[in-house]
Write a protein that binds this ligand. Structure first.
Ligand SMILES: Cc1ncc(COP(=O)(O)O)c(C=O)c1O
Length: 336
């Protein structure tokens, strides 16, 4: 088993791979501010850092269900200089429509995207930067898989199984797409598995056109979707709770190249696997990355049982050292 560590990046996750590029091009374009959504908070943190490096202001709409419990990460974003609002908020029309009915609305990535887009509308110095789903984001994230390919080359090994977690698709796509190139053009045989939550197993949805956001501000994308207005139960790995999967990965899924597994909403099995990893490797995966770890260990145990030898590669998209509240809740530890 081999794992790629995106948790060594500044801010602690893969999200910085595209945040720096997006902030750089925004500065080149003469913009003054970027607005965005965030679910787990990793993307908001990464963009806050990118903006701070490029001398831009940053506004983050953060899914309320997570904003409520990740106080330290909220402060971290603020330390980078970002302003951070729980979403749905009363600052945008799309947010207000939901917030006025329920000020404790848990929010969703689709709603936070609508708010970020609305906040950028009408001001030529402000633009919206999305943390996943879109083709340019996945392309920038392919640095993950490209590095992994080089590392395999150095070791003289090659994977039979490529595994990662999938929300909108940026980390799975970034890791898997370079290997997919080997399958499509070099005749390599690899099984790809996307680890998801049963809260929103978007790869098991319908393959059709749908909006990327709740208020229908974005154009429609051809993707696997559970519906942009659907409510999903919040989980601790909430960065995986999104209705649609990136168009590139959706097409590959539709052509039969990507398998998927969805783990129960109680997250007990997934977080137990993260604890198992922590005890051996010393790093705590982000709650989202724990799905990748769980899937990789589950597949390894299947090999152990069957006696079949496989080289397994999985990606750990971020660390979970700021996410102890979530781990404690699921694993039943005291916070006193
Ligand atoms: C650490 C981490 N991994 C994975 C994801 C899932 O998103 P994506 O599918 O875009 O990689 C998130 C999203 O918030 C995340 O924070």
């Amino acid at each position: 088993m081999y794992y790629k560590s995106e948790f060594y990046s500044p801010t602690g996750s893969h999200k910085v791979n595209t945040a720096l590029a997006q902030a750089f091009y925004a500065r080149e374009q003469g913009l003054e501010r970027l607005t965005t959504e965030t679910g787990a908070g990793q993307w908001g943190t990464a963009l806050a850092y990118g903006c701070s490096l490029m001398g831009l202001k940053c506004t983050v709409y953060w899914v309320r269900a997570v904003y409520r419990w990740k106080h330290e990460r909220r402060n971290l974003m603020q330390m980078y200089g970002a302003e951070v609002f729980a979403s749905p908020s009363d600052r945008t029309e799309s947010g207000k429509a939901l917030y006025s009915k329920n000020p404790e609305h848990p929010g969703s990535l689709a709603i936070a995207i609508s708010e970020g887009l609305e906040a950028a509308r009408g001001d030529k110095k402000v633009a919206y930067g999305l943390g996943s789903v879109l083709n340019h984001v996945l392309t920038q994230q392919t640095i993950i898989g490209l590095e992994t390919q080089k590392q395999f080359e150095m070791m003289g090994d090659y994977p039979d199984l490529v595994i990662s977690c999938l929300g909108g698709g940026s980390n799975f796509g970034g890791f898997a797409i370079p290997f997919m190139g080997d399958v499509l053009t070099k005749g390599k045989k690899i099984k790809f598995i996307a680890a998801q939550t049963q809260a929103s197993p978007n790869l098991q949805g319908e393959y059709r056109y749908d909006h990327a956001d709740h208020a229908e501000i974005t154009p429609q994308l051809m993707m696997y979707t559970l519906g942009h207005k659907t409510d999903f139960p919040p989980v601790k790995g909430d960065g995986l709770r999104y209705h649609g999967c990136s168009p590139i990965l959706s097409l590959l899924r539709n052509k039969g190249y990507i398998d998927t597994v969805a783990y129960p909403v109680d997250e007990k099995h997934v977080f137990e696997r993260a604890r198992q990893f922590l005890r051996v490797e010393g790093f705590l995966p982000a709650p989202e990355s724990a799905y990748s770890v769980a899937c990789a260990i589950d597949e390894a145990l299947k090999c152990k049982a069957s006696g079949e030898e496989k080289v397994i590669a999985f990606n750990i998209s971020g660390h979970g050292f700021l996410d102890m509240v979530g781990y404690s809740a699921v694993l039943g530890m005291s916070l006193d």
